[in-house]
Structure formats: C-alpha cells, structure tokens
Design a protein around this ligand. Structure first.
Ligand SMILES: Cc1cc2nc3c(=O)[nH]c(=O)nc-3n(C[C@H](O)[C@H](O)[C@H](O)COP(=O)(O)O)c2cc1C
Length: 331
C-alpha cells in the first residue's frame, strides 16, 4: 500500500498537496472543507501590512473628509484598527488549529522592519505550525543594484528567524540576477523552506479603451515548467525543503515536481477552477501512478530525475532552441 506522506519544513504532511495562500484559505469554513477533501496542509491568505495601512488611511479620509492625509496625522491615530486586522488573523490561526489536524502555515507581507518582527511573534504565539514569508521587490529602481535588492530578502529572513522558533519558508520570485546564488545563500542562512515561484498580479492593456487593465489572475496548466526547471536544478544542492508552485494543475505535474526533487506543491488556480473536491481526485491519481510504478512512498521517487541524476542534465539548463528545433514544423 503506497503512502503519500512527505516532510515539509520539518512537518509531517499526509500528502504533498498544500493549498497555496489565497482567498481559498481565508476562513475557517473553507479550511475545514479543504481538509475534508484531503489537503496535506494550508497556507493562510497573507496578512499584508500595507492593507492595514490603507484601511487606516480610508478611515482617516472618512473622518477628515480630505483627499490627502498627512503622514504625521497617523501619529495621533490609535493603533486600534491596525490591531483589529491582526487580531482577526490570529483568531483565524487559533480557530484553524482547533478545527483541523493538518498543518496551518501563516503568511505575512510587511513593509516595516518592526512589523516583520511583531507579526511573526504574534503568529507564533497564536499556534501556527510555520510561517511563510511573502516578499517581493519589483526591481524597478535603476539606482539600486541586484545585490542591494537581494539583501532585503536576506535581512528579513534573518530578522524573522531570530525572533521565532517556528519553521520559516520564503516564497520567492524567479527574478534575481543570479537565482542559484540567492537560493544557496538563503539555504546557508538556514531558511527552512523555499517556495518557488510566486505568481504576481500583472498589468495588461486594453487596445480598445487604451487603458491599463488587470492581467489574467489564474495560471495556465503549462506554467509549471519554470518552477520545474529550478526545483530540478537546485533540489540536491541545498538542504532546505522545497515546494513547487505556479501552474501545477494536474497529478502529472505534481509527480513531475516530486521527481525533480520537490517535497510538496502549492496549488491555487486549479482549485479556484475546480473546487476543493479536486484535491481528492489528484491524490487518488498520484496513488494509482505510484502503484503502477511500484513506488511505496514519496521518498522512493523524490528527486529521482533532478538535474544531477537525470539522463540529460544539460536539458535542465538548455534555454536556446538550437539544432534540435531546426526542423520544427507546426501542423
Ligand atoms: C486570487 C489569488 C490570491 C492570492 N493571494 C495570495 C496571497 O495573499 N499571498 C501569497 O503569497 N500568494 C497569493 N497568491 C499566489 C498563490 O499563493 C500561488 O502562489 C500562485 O497563484 C501560483 O499558484 P497557481 O498557479 O496554482 O495559482 C494568490 C493567488 C491568487 C490566484
């Protein structure tokens, strides 16, 4: 009888399917339903410090009836609304821990150094099993170097890790000047896990109205390949846990991620499209595939086709369509 258990961030998961941070995980009812359908773990919707600040601003506008609020005005404002949003988040952690037995991973995105410290300490006290740091700096400042930008990630990680004993994962983007080096340095700093890669809101342009609009919110089923490449390249070169995310829509793409060396995967879009019941279908399909191939456990095939163990290691680093595609014809 194959078993789907896996270890992620030092936590035992009954299967490698984690529901990614999103609106799918923002209430206790949804979390219970996800567990009932077989989710291995949950990453709660991120708590955004910026959102709290925006809410404070809205309240100030309402109170002063002015379009602009001077930053100093906030000095006079009570911490009340700020605390309120945080308290609700902490209550969600406490309720989720009481209601389900699968691991609950909190997620935060902060702007100020104090809040990274304060929020993570409070989250640990509320009983979360781990913390995922959701941090991304869009490198648009022409006067900053890649190294300066990357230090923001390193500083936040070391600051948070100093404050709490919980396992800490960092959800990263692929946009770094030297991605392998960044991942290696995070691993050296004892990050407990890396989630690769976050998918971001992106703008689009409407050519009829000539307006900037919102790009497609959900991923496509072919989008998993960039994370597959990097999981495959890095998995046996670092010690921390790895979770693949973005574009993982089928049991086949989950199995590929594990073959490349992922300990777990994080899904959002496909669950928005198909509902929580799809988790049960995915786990059954993985189970059947393992039976068919004689694998007793996830460990039996995890990393079996990472770059160093594959029959064609160069394929992981191939980026140009060279001679193999010279005769490519689209029918
Ligand atoms: C509607 C929506 C809301 C999301 N909210 C968050 C969030 O609050 N924090 C976060 O780290 N990621 C968030 N994400 C990103 C997902 O966690 C996930 O990493 C990304 O969507 C890629 O996975 P997918 O291809 O399965 O959707 C969100 C994604 C979607 C579609």
């Amino acid at each position: 009888m194959p078993t789907l258990t896996t270890n992620y961030l030092g936590l035992e998961l009954k299967n490698p399917i984690i529901v990614a941070s999103s609106g799918l995980t923002d209430s206790i009812e949804k979390i219970k339903e996800l567990e009932a359908n077989g989710a291995g773990a949950i990453v709660l919707k991120s708590l955004f410090e910026e959102e709290i600040v925006m809410e404070m601003e809205e309240q100030m506008h309402a109170m002063t009836n002015r379009p602009y609020v001077y930053p100093e005005t906030f000095d006079y404002m009570e911490e009340e609304p700020h605390e309120d949003i945080l308290r609700k988040y902490l209550r969600l952690i406490e309720d989720a821990k009481a209601a389900v037995s699968i691991p609950i991973i909190a997620s935060i995105n902060c702007v100020s150094a104090q809040k990274w410290i304060y929020f993570s300490q409070e989250i640990e006290k509320a009983g979360a099993d781990a913390l995922e740091i959701n941090l991304f700096v869009l490198p648009t400042d022409m006067h900053r170097t890649g190294d300066e930008n990357e230090h923001i990630y390193f500083d936040v990680l070391t600051t948070v890790k100093k404050q709490i004993a919980l396992p800490v994962a960092l959800k990263i983007s692929p946009y770094h000047s030297n991605l392998a080096n960044v991942i290696k340095r995070l691993d050296d700093m004892k990050v407990d896990g890396i989630v690769m890669f976050n998918r971001f809101y992106s703008p689009d342009i409407n050519i009829d109205t000539l307006n900037v609009t919102s790009g497609q919110v959900l991923s496509n089923s072919d989008d998993y390949k960039n994370s597959l490449r990097w999981v495959g390249i890095m998995s046996d070169r670092i010690n921390c846990s790895l979770a693949g995310t973005t574009g993982i829509h089928t049991s086949e793409s989950i199995i590929k991620q594990i073959l490349a060396g992922a300990d777990a995967v994080q899904l959002a879009s496909v669950l928005y499209k198909n509902g929580p019941g799809y988790i049960d279908i995915l786990t059954k399909e993985i189970y059947s595939w393992m039976e068919e191939h004689g694998f007793e456990s996830i460990q039996d095939f995890k990393g079996k086709i990472c770059q160093s163990k594959s029959n064609d290691p160069a394929a992981y680093e191939r980026v140009q369509f060279m001679k193999n595609f010279r005769n490519f014809i689209m029918h």
